[in-house]
Design a protein around this ligand. Structure first.
Ligand code: PLP
Ligand code: COI
Length: 353
């Protein structure tokens, strides 16, 4: 693969104060698509730098853009690994299909990513709760103003050493149920990891912040009766000892951490249900003292305890606003598998190199 070397490597940030998505490594991977010139070109590794785009670039106008998020780790033996990377490229291709964008060969993208991560090994932080966040994304680049799928695209992968997604780390987050705006509806793009889903979530997110909440808990777009997900994570409740999470029915993201959590919980004998979760059931469980725990799952968010959920005038404080036992167990298990403190019992750890 063609690699253009950087003139000088950047100074690394303090790995104990990373936050999320603020620092970027020296290199990025770029692969271009041109429908009129036979499709995808070869992947290349180039210095991390600004793109030059035409002002008529289609994605700037009509939003043909998708992305992914995954992480690389360095285990205690110094070996570099990634967590379930193939699943991300499979999901990215599904998003591409929904947005009328070209699919790509997952193996080509994965091999290019492996080369990129090898080159950037020294950027992988190793303190607990840190990792190298990997952000693949693709956008239409053809300059035209008619509304039709772009004939040209760029697929790019950038890397960012990260700590915890939420500023307050593992402190339980505060969510507010959004009762007016919606994020996605059946038949829409809720299941795709596309730019527009995040753009349309921002207004509710900002209003939530003004009221002192961290994130929005979305309800279904049709009736606003059923819990869907949070802006950057899937949602779980522990109700009377059973772990309950909204089923995948087209309007929420098929979270890879969600799938990992369900698999690990089931394998260790926890009772788990994937189904519609009415917000009324959550409220009733809370009122009856049976809402034991709530947490979110995501690559960036990992397993994040939820301490408060506001729904209208009702402020539900869950487990005294503290992380619950099942949430803590799951956080330990998932991060333990990711960093190989626990055996990789499901074959999720991908070795780089
Ligand atoms: N839901 C949304 C809207 C997300 O942005 C994310 C983050 O990727 C998730 C759920 C969790 O998905 P995953 O576990 O694959 O990161
Ligand atoms: C991730 O967890 O990888 C995400 O994409 C969430 C994000 C929007 C920061």
């Amino acid at each position: 693969m063609k690699i253009t070397p950087v003139k000088q490597r950047k100074q690394k940030p303090d790995f104990s104060k990373l936050g999320f998505g603020k620092y970027f490594t020296d290199y990025m991977m770029v692969m271009n698509y041109d429908g009129a010139a036979g499709g995808w070109g070869e992947p290349e590794i180039v210095p991390f730098d600004d793109f030059s785009v035409n002002p008529a670039c289609s994605s700037l106008h009509y939003g043909q853009g998708i992305f992914e998020g995954l992480k690389a780790y360095k285990n205690s033996k110094g070996e570099v690994t990634m967590f379930r990377p193939r699943d991300n490229f499979v999901r990215m291709n599904r998003s591409a299909e929904r947005l009328c964008m070209p699919t790509f060969d997952s193996d080509v993208a994965l091999n290019a990513l492996v080369e990129l991560v090898k080159l950037e090994e020294e950027w992988i932080p190793t303190l607990p709760g840190t990792a190298l966040y990997i952000r693949p994304f693709m956008f239409g680049t053809e300059p035209f103003l008619g509304v039709h799928p772009s004939h040209k695209y760029t697929l790019c992968i950038i890397l960012s050493p990260v700590g915890s997604y939420y500023e307050h780390g593992l402190e339980p987050t505060k969510l507010i149920v959004e009762t007016e705006l919606t994020r996605a509806s059946k038949g829409g793009t809720g299941e795709a990891k596309c730019m527009g889903n995040y753009a349309c979530s921002l207004l509710a997110g900002e209003r939530a912040k003004q009221k002192g909440y961290d994130q929005v808990l979305w309800l279904d777009g049709a009736e606003k009766k059923y819990v869907e997900e949070v802006g950057a994570m899937n949602m779980f409740f522990v109700i009377d000892g059973t772990v309950v999470t909204p089923m995948l029915d087209g309007s929420i993201l098929r979270g890879i951490t969600r799938d990992s959590a369900l698999t690990v919980l089931r394998a260790h004998g926890y009772k788990v249900e994937e189904r519609h979760v009415p917000i009324a059931e959550v409220v009733e469980a809370y009122k009856n003292g049976k809402l034991d725990e709530a947490f979110g799952s995501g690559t960036a968010a990992v397993i994040s305890p939820v301490g408060t959920i506001a729904y209208g005038d009702l402020i539900m404080e869950i487990n005294g606003g503290k992380m619950g036992d099942i949430t803590a167990w799951l956080y330990d298990r998932i991060t333990g598998i990711q960093t190989e403190r626990y055996p990789d019992e499901f074959g999720w750890v991908y070795r780089v190199g």
